[in-house]
Design a protein around this ligand. Structure first.
Ligand code: PHE
Length: 463
């Protein structure tokens, strides 16, 4: 059977940008900015997106497109069966990320519904009550995972591409409406100043480390989502141009998100260092303060935006195990999708219960360096902070030292006018050989030593 494909370059770009743009951009990015001292963090994040992540994105698209298979099959198809473990690592990582990402997506959707009905859920107590209500969150999680599976089961063009083509433009419109509104609030200018005027004294090792992790997560790299999407990408499309477009869109949305969040935050004079709760605990307070009618409109619009952004990412996450089951186990797409969705949902149940519902999961482990973590935070640490940089590190090593740059460049040259060898391509080669393995290897090492062994390289060397 012919492999299903994106019908156009735009379709691929929107789907991949949809994967990239997610909770990471709208929920995580602003609070990382808040904790990382504002514009200085943004500045470093931008550098990492282009210098480090863009080359990895090119490599992932090229591997996927060359092999025309899921991450596990891809390494076999290229002739390197010894390296399939990178593919397995990717599939496992995708499953783990989706298992808790879907829970946060369910929070966003639940907030949308509650605010729509006039319950603002503002403040910490309301948040804690909300996330520990496992029946409600369970129901929203099933709904979210079910919606994701429904879209994927329809295939690449009819499912993934169509959804991206509808959701991505809507997302942009919603963000613009919210920014315009946010900028009219008193103190908006203070928020913008905090956001865009860098104070370089704020740059510490920790800020650099978080910016790196955020950039990599935000571009959906290191776990095979982009390899999988690349496998549905037409041979006569330009990889470099597409990767630039995807990176720009992702960075663009993250950057825009700050222009809506910080005016909101400064309007209420709320601490910018609110952490993970910045979006769920503090923003509803702002929406409530806008009064019942306006608050409902702006608040529900915001959480609808967050849910949509999450949906195009959950789609790409679920597509990884699905493609694996379809290609490697020869299971029909519809069945494969639902099997993957059910397995991931079950793996996510402890995460769902680890925010107050069950004590032992809420206080799951105490790590030497990282201290106490809930089950959900623990999985986040393993998948996002440990496996993703490890996957990216191994992938760069594979491409530059095993598959070799000639093969990479051959794949990149397809869909161009043949005058290969421009400086961007030259940069990609150099980055994958030196910069990416070095930075990603460092990130992996720092994470492991810091969190699991309590040896903080960041404090010793970089601050
Ligand atoms: N990039 C997504 C976000 O920013 C998350 C994601 C990570 C999606 C890895 C797919 C793969 O929310």
């Amino acid at each position: 059977m012919q492999r299903d494909r994106f019908s156009s370059r735009l379709g691929f770009i929107l789907a991949a940008a949809g994967s990239a743009v997610g909770l990471g951009n709208i929920w995580k990015f602003p609070f990382e900015v808040g904790q990382g001292g504002g514009a200085a963090f943004v500045f470093i994040y931008l550098i990492f997106c282009f210098v480090l992540c863009f080359p990895v994105m090119v490599a992932e698209i090229a591997i996927g497109r060359k092999a025309q298979l899921n991450p596990v099959g891809a390494f076999k198809a290229l002739g390197y069966s010894n390296w399939v473990f990178i593919g397995y690592l990717g599939v496992i990582c995708g499953v783990l990320i989706l298992s808790f990402y879907n829970v946060v997506a369910a929070w966003a959707f639940g907030y949308f519904i509650d605010i729509l009905f006039g319950h603002f859920l503002s403040g910490e107590i309301a948040f804690n009550e909300f996330v520990s209500d496992y029946i409600k969150i369970g129901a929203y999680s099933i709904l979210f995972m079910g919606g994701t599976a429904f879209i994927i089961s329809r295939g690449i063009t009819e499912g993934i591409e169509k959804a991206a083509k509808i959701i991505m433009p809507l997302l942009l419109i919603m963000i613009l409406i919210l920014i315009i509104y946010a900028l009219t609030l008193p103190n908006a200018i203070e928020g913008i100043k905090f956001y865009i005027i860098p104070d370089f004294t704020q740059i510490t090792g920790k800020v650099i480390y978080s910016a790196l992790g955020q950039a990599f997560f935000s571009l959906s790299l290191g776990m095979g989502a982009i390899i999988t999407y690349g496998s549905y990408f037409s041979k006569d499309s330009n990889i470099i141009h597409s990767a630039i477009a995807i990176t720009l869109m992702d960075v663009g949305v993250a950057f825009l998100a700050g222009f809506m969040i910080f005016p909101f935050v400064f309007y209420q004079g709320i601490e910018t260092t609110g952490g993970a709760g910045l979006i769920f605990m503090t923003l509803p307070r702002v929406f409530e303060a806008l009064g019942p009618q306006l608050g409902i409109i702006i608040g529900s619009l915001f959480f609808l935006l967050l849910s949509f952004a999450a949906l195009t990412s959950t789609i790409s996450l679920l597509e990884v195990p699905t493609a694996y089951l379809v290609d490697e186990k020869k299971i029909p797409r519809k069945t494969a999708t639902w099997i993957a969705a059910i397995i991931v949902f079950i793996i996510g149940v402890p995460s769902l219960l680890s925010n107050g519902a069950i004590e032992s999961l809420t206080h799951f482990v105490t790590l030497k360096g990282a201290g106490e973590k809930s089950f959900m935070d623990f999985i986040g640490l393993i998948a996002n902070d440990t496996f993703l940089p490890l996957g990216g590190f191994l992938l760069s090593i594979f491409v530059s030292y095993v598959w070799k740059k000639e093969n990479l460049n051959k794949e990149i040259a397809l869909g161009t006018d043949g005058s290969s060898g421009n400086w961007v391509e030259g940069y990609v080669d150099i980055a994958l050989t030196y910069i990416c393995p070095l930075l990603l290897g460092a990130m992996f090492t720092i994470t492991v030593l810091d969190n699991f062994f309590g040896i903080s390289l960041l404090n010793r060397v970089l601050s």
